[in-house]
Ligand binder design. Structure first.
Ligand code: PMP
Length: 338
């Protein structure tokens, strides 16, 4: 058996039980390990769907250029789809993103333009505006706009949601995921809630993002917005892919709690995942600790792989510089020799 191209290997990722970090918590916490996708992230699913829907709609034609504002993972998925289908890629991203993510995109032949993080989305220097301008000026270009393109949510409604339903044999009671564009959270939630309306969806947000306050008050509060570290989740805009009616509640997780939990997932569960995976699990466990009984089953999305964060949260010096390093609970060989 073989795939006719790498993009056919997207999806059907494993579901794995957490055993150690869940100590003292009732119920079952399962994680869906999205780094098994060929681009090492959950975003492969929606990238492929956006490209295929654009082809079907006649928006993307042979020899075209895909232009997107991406923090890296969507770019990786789009780059794979572009290679398989013969398109060019230009990506705009912010100077906050890991260098590794940008290097990977360039390795796959994409052009990457780095834009400043701390400017308003409407500022002409923002990565949103630069992508939109390039799309206007480059002939035969396609701007997927992952924030407002509903093919994003549809990808998860068609693949991630059904996989979770069948992998848990319909026993899932709760779903948790970080919310960036909202595609993962809302596509999966829509599918699961149609199957069983009592399933609860918990959106994981960051401090510095508008989502939680907006859900609770209906107010878009600009005072909530400030720079933060966690990559891929939280926003300073309201993307069309976030359908607040599908999200029962939001939990905010700090950069530090997320970073420390990510390292625990690697060391205690063998799950070498990215920073937002720590956010998702930290928030999910906070919820489960408070609400869970023995019969509850939560599925948590782990969006991407740890290699992209080696220079950040997996680097002890970086962690110390940010005041994030947890106390060391074991002696190293070096300590023993000394
Ligand atoms: N984590 C990471 C690392 C991501 O790249 C993304 C995508 N922005 C998310 C979480 C959130 O996924 P979504 O955009 O589907 O809300």
């Amino acid at each position: 058996m073989y795939y006719s191209s790498i993009i056919q290997a997207i999806g059907n990722t494993p579901l794995v039980k957490l055993n150690k970090v869940t100590k003292g918590i009732k119920g079952t916490i399962l994680v869906k390990v999205e780094y098994f996708n060929p681009g090492n992230s959950v975003k492969d699913r929606m990238a492929l769907k956006m490209v295929e829907d654009a082809e079907k709609a006649g928006i993307l034609k042979p020899g075209g250029t895909i232009i997107e504002g991406t923090s890296g993972n969507t770019g990786m998925g789009l780059a794979l789809a572009a290679i398989a289908k013969g398109y060019k890629c230009i990506f705009t991203t912010t100077d906050k993103q890991s260098k590794e993510k940008v290097d990977v995109l360039r390795a796959l032949g994409a052009e990457v333009i780095i834009c400043p993080t701390n400017v308003a989305p409407s500022d002409p220097r923002s990565y949103y505006c630069v992508a939109a301008k390039l799309n206007k000026e480059i002939p035969n270009s396609f701007y997927p706009n992952q924030y407002d393109n509903l093919s994003n949510t549809a990808a998860h409604y068609e693949t991630t949601g059904p996989e979770i339903w069948s992998q848990t044999e319909g026993k899932v009671t709760h779903f948790a995921a970080g919310v960036g564009t909202g595609g993962t959270m809302c596509g999966v939630s829509k599918f699961l809630k149609e199957k069983n309306s009592s399933i609860k969806s918990i959106g994981i947000d960051t401090y510095g993002s508008v989502f939680k306050k907006y859900k609770e008050t209906g107010v878009f509060d600009e005072n909530e917005i400030f720079p933060y570290g966690t990559e891929g989740i939280g926003e300073d805009i309201l993307p069309k892919n976030v359908d607040f009616s599908l999200i029962d509640q939001f939990i905010k997780v700090t950069d530090k709690d997320a970073a420390v939990m990510t390292r625990k997932l690697a060391r205690e569960e063998g799950l070498f995942v990215g920073w937002s995976s720590g956010s998702a699990v930290y928030g999910a466990l906070e919820y489960a600790r408070e609400h869970f009984t023995d019969n509850d089953v939560m599925v948590v999305i782990l969006p991407d792989h740890g290699t992209r964060y080696l220079a950040k949260i997996y680097n002890d010096v970086w962690m110390k510089d940010h005041g994030y390093l947890e106390s060391r609970s074991f002696a190293t060989a070096k300590d023993i020799i000394a």
